[in-house]
Design a protein around this ligand. Structure first.
Ligand code: GLV
Ligand code: GLV
Length: 328
């Protein structure tokens, strides 16, 4: 293995499916074959002299990463649709193309969102805990009453690809859909565009599907939670830091809102300890895109992006900064 072949590709974590074998056939492959992320310093050592890196959301691709990649690094392919872990402007300055995995995971993440929501409002996870604790129970008209979705209003924050899929499924459940899109009204959708304030005041379910940016960091804090209806619930399958987690824990404890369903957390893998104590919360460990078929499709997109830049010398369709192409 030499650093100047221009062909070394680093994969920062073990990934399922056929992607590794296919990458191995195309590149001088260096896989961190582990379930654990590389520490940042180890990551920097690893990317030194590489031409491409397949990164995870837990890898911080910042100035130090891009400097370590140096002149040889030409493409970073993020194994996720979200790319808040990557300093894209800095990558552009370094002439490094950045790609993500859009579209392929929208349905999977949307169906997971509905599953999480249902398990909250119909108390599926809580009921499971009741039985596992061997709590005595008998059916009665008052036993573990939940709330249905039919006839309720779903407020979607961020009507992108995933948000639109969630809307489509929610309509099938008989919900009215409204949305607040921070980057403006979305064309050609049959849903009503509202301000975030109106959405919070109106929705029975508030579901977050925006990317994490400076503008959406702690978008939902104490004031926004207080603006929700007392019977409303919050669902987050986007990024943990879109919600002020301690504020949410307080709001749930004090019944400012009725419940929350969370697949993502501010400081993953840590979960705010107060949340673990509450029954009106469903918690899952970042499972949104986790199906075999979707992981294969995500790998395929990453492989395609690495091959486009490193083998074919062209800009991949899923490049987030096409202007970086040829700048390195
Ligand atoms: C997962 O969180 C993703 O952004 O794909
Ligand atoms: C409840 O189990 C019912 O049959 O209504």
């Amino acid at each position: 293995m030499t650093a100047d072949t221009g062909n070394r590709v680093v994969v920062t974590r073990r990934i399922p499916g056929s992607t590794i074998a296919r990458l191995d056939a195309a590149f001088d492959l260096d896989v961190h074959d582990s379930e654990d992320p590389l520490e940042h310093q180890a990551l920097l050592e690893r990317v030194r002299g590489s031409a491409g890196v397949l990164t995870m959301v837990s890898d911080r691709v910042d100035g130090s990463f891009l400097d370590a990649g140096g002149d040889t690094l030409r493409v970073v392919s993020n194994y996720a649709v979200g790319f808040d872990n990557i300093d894209v402007p800095s990558a552009t300055e370094h002439g490094v193309v950045v790609t993500n995995t859009p579209d392929v995971l929208s349905q999977a993440t949307a169906e997971f969102t509905l599953g999480l929501l249902l398990s909250l409002v119909r108390r599926v996870a809580e009921g499971d805990r009741v039985l596992r604790r061997a709590t005595p129970w008998k059916w009665s008209p008052t036993w573990m009453i939940g709330q249905g979705l039919f006839g309720g209003t779903l407020g979607i924050v961020g009507l992108g690809r995933i948000g639109r899929e969630v809307a489509r499924l929610a309509v099938a459940f008989g919900m009215d859909v409204i949305y607040a899109n921070l980057s403006g009204e979305v064309r050609d959708v049959p849903y009503r565009s509202v301000t975030l304030d109106e959405l919070l005041a109106t929705a029975d379910v508030v579901s977050l599907h925006c990317p994490l940016t400076d503008d959406t960091h702690h978008l939902i804090g104490a004031a926004e939670l207080a603006a929700m209806k007392p019977g409303a619930v919050l669902v987050n399958t986007s990024r943990g830091a879109v919600v002020d987690e301690p504020a949410l824990a307080h709001a749930l404890r004090d019944r400012v809102i009725a419940g929350a369903a969370l697949d993502v957390f501010e400081r993953e893998p840590e979960v705010q300890p107060e949340l673990l104590e509450l029954e009106n919360v469903v918690l899952t460990p970042h499972l949104g895109s986790g199906t075999d078929a979707i992981r294969e499709a995500m790998g395929e997109l990453c492989l395609g992006a690495l091959s486009a830049v490193l083998v074919e010398g062209r800009c991949p369709a899923n490049a987030l900064n096409p202007e970086a192409m040829g700048r390195g």
